[in-house]
Write a protein that binds this ligand. Sequence first.
Ligand code: ADP
Length: 474
Amino acid sequence: MRIFHLSAECYPVAKVGGLADVVGALPKYQNLLGMQAAVVMPYYNRKFVQENEFDVVFKAATLLGTRRLYFEILKEKTDKLGFELYLVKIPGLIDREEVYQYPDETDQFIAFQIAFLDWISYSMQSPDIIHCHDHHSGLVPFLLQNSKLYTRLANTPTVLTIHNGQYHGWFGWDKLYYLPEIDVWKGGLLEWGTGINPLAAAVRCCWRYTTVSPSYLNELSVSSNGLELLFQMERWKGIGILNGIDTDVWDPQKDPMIPDKFSIKQITKGKQANKQALCKRFGLSPDKPLISFIGRLVGEKGADLLPVAMEESFNEHPGQFNFLLLGAGEKDVESELIQLRDFYPDQCAVFIGYDEALAHLVYAGSDFLLMPSRVEPCGLNQLYALRYGTMPMVRSTGGLKDTVIDFGDEGGYGIRYNHASVEDICGAVTRALMLYGNTKHLQQLQKLMMALDFSWDRSAKEYIDLYKSLNPTI
Ligand code: ADP
């Protein structure tokens, strides 16, 4: 079965968040199950691209409206990631360093999709499934069915996975002429609100859509940044498949990014050694409980609540715990966090930026990982934390609800609270500190966490079952 995954991100080529982790792992696990899964993504001028060798497998010119674009498809030579990796390169448009936030982002992602379709169309490829991830490839299911250029591929089954339903890739009707010739009366499929909404078009035109956790499937019908009605109408097409984690990359027994490797048997010693390394780096005492946060500093993650919640908790439990934050995002949140650190230098460490290796050390060396998310489609941080014996403190929403059971409930191993609010975060901190005081109980729970299995094996198979249901010839 030949599957093309289309994505803006893929670890380790280019990562901004969980999308990259999923697209960097799922195809690998599908291939282990006998599939022929490949990833197609835009070309980014980054370390992975600079350090690896590529063949140009296709070259052509295409049109973005009236603009002529020359593009190349590059293939990584060795398939070292466990799947074929293809990059779409368009000099001057898709050959930059950053993944998002260029002023011509809309042009970039439309051109990426057109180049992909031109490539498979002109090179006479017939994939069994095209699997789109988020709105960046959301026009593909529409174009396959409604553009005369791609009639040969019109019956190719398409799957859309929604990693984040808050972002839609919206653009105005003035850019309709960017799309290859379409049946004009089908233009309504592109529309939501007053413009073209690629995520809405994808939900309407894909054969099935999936969400990255079962709970998130239901939540989209009540909270999806304006697409609620659409998700209610198209609910029959949706399936929730929980993300897995790449247990090769996230393995405390052989993780090259942490100073002390450990298995479940040496958990106490291993965690303590990593905690010492982490605390030393940030000038914190390793003898106090360490609560950490990793993530984008945006409203979805509840990051704006942290400065006040931590200040209140520091005051409520003076000198009793440390807080460490690794993240970047909204400038006012960053600045409040830096002020918090300056005010509580012995208890609080803040690293503004993106640092993959540091993230591994934080998962390994912390006692607790705080996730007060307002929206969390799946959340991978809590799964990494569990694998490294770090207790997640999560708001009950989306994938957090599906993966973390409160330690007060039967079989539980985490801390859960209902609201993304300062009060609930402070309550969770108090519970964490009480639990930390009961060393034996915490150690039992750490063992339980590390023994949990959130690997891709099960979820990769669920996707394959879905593909088979759409394409019985395979
Ligand atoms: P989202 O995709 O919404 O940002 P996820 O929980 O699905 O959230 O995935 C976040 C991923 O990004 C995890 O692998 C996490 O470790 C990583 N990450 C987020 N922020 C940073 C950062 N500042 N430095 C390093 N890794 C980060």
